[in-house]
Design a protein around this ligand. Structure first.
Ligand code: 13P
Length: 233
């Protein structure tokens, strides 16, 4: 049985009380070794969430980072600060960072290069396969461990809209990316799908060819829906 990944991206959707309460509930979710379950809370509460989930198998990751090391960057967060809190993985290049925070492909690729050369793991999000910098990945992914890099296909039009991509479309894009990864000998990199995943469609999506997991927004912030997705495997 292949390993599947479910990552809950809580975005900026929950206040402190609801974040902590959701984390406490998540401690009670049972799942086996074939599932890697991770949550990405807002960085403001990440320490508290890590503390709540410390005895569970749920890993806490970051939604973004700005720089590698400390410096004069008002409002920024860096990898070294996260490391102090025990965080070792982050999402990068989410379409909301691209569209709402104006992060360019160039900025995101620079950050990808930084993180591939660090001891952090990364979930790199893309909206169209042309965005993926395969050459940069090939030249910088020295540590070819399974989870150093995860790639997530998130069509912008499917994010938070309730409109999920069709299974055929998901399979087509994932298969294309998988074959590109094969060309650079990195076919083991997991490719996740994100965009209006919910307990009703998750089983079919997770059973699609070349889909290794899901990156879930809205449904991951509601305990019953997150449990429904986990139980749909
Ligand atoms: P929704 O699941 O709310 O569509 O969000 C997807 C997403 O952006 C996950 O990163």
């Amino acid at each position: 049985m292949k390993k599947l990944h479910i990552i809950g991206n809580w975005k900026m959707s929950l206040n402190r009380k609801d974040s902590l309460s959701l984390a406490k509930n998540i401690c009670s979710i049972n799942f086996n070794d074939h599932l890697n379950l991770e949550v990405a809370p807002t960085s403001l509460y990440i320490s508290e969430i890590i503390n709540i989930l410390k005895d569970s198998n749920v890993n806490v990751i970051s939604q973004n980072f700005d720089f590698e090391s400390l410096g004069s960057f008002t409002g920024g967060i860096c990898l070294d600060q996260m490391k102090e809190l025990g965080v070792n993985k982050t999402i990068l290049g989410h379409s909301e960072r691209r569209s709402k925070f104006n992060e360019s492909d160039e900025q995101i690729n620079n950050k990808l290069k930084t993180i591939l050369n660090s001891d952090f793991d990364v979930v790199y999000c893309f909206d169209s396969p042309e965005q993926i910098p395969f050459e940069l990945i090939k030249n910088n992914l020295n540590d070819n461990s399974d989870l150093k890099l995860t790639i997530a296909y998130e069509p912008t039009w499917a994010i938070g809209t309730g409109k999920t991509a069709s299974i055929e479309h998901i399979e087509e894009i994932h298969t294309k990316v998988k074959s590109n990864l094969k060309e650079i000998m990195l076919e083991n990199i997991p490719i996740l799908y994100g965009g209006s995943v919910n307990p009703t469609n998750s089983n079919e999506i997770l059973n699609t060819n070349n889909v290794d997991g899901v990156l879930v927004g809205g449904a991951s912030t509601k305990f019953d829906q997150l449990t429904g997705i986990v139980n749909s495997i």
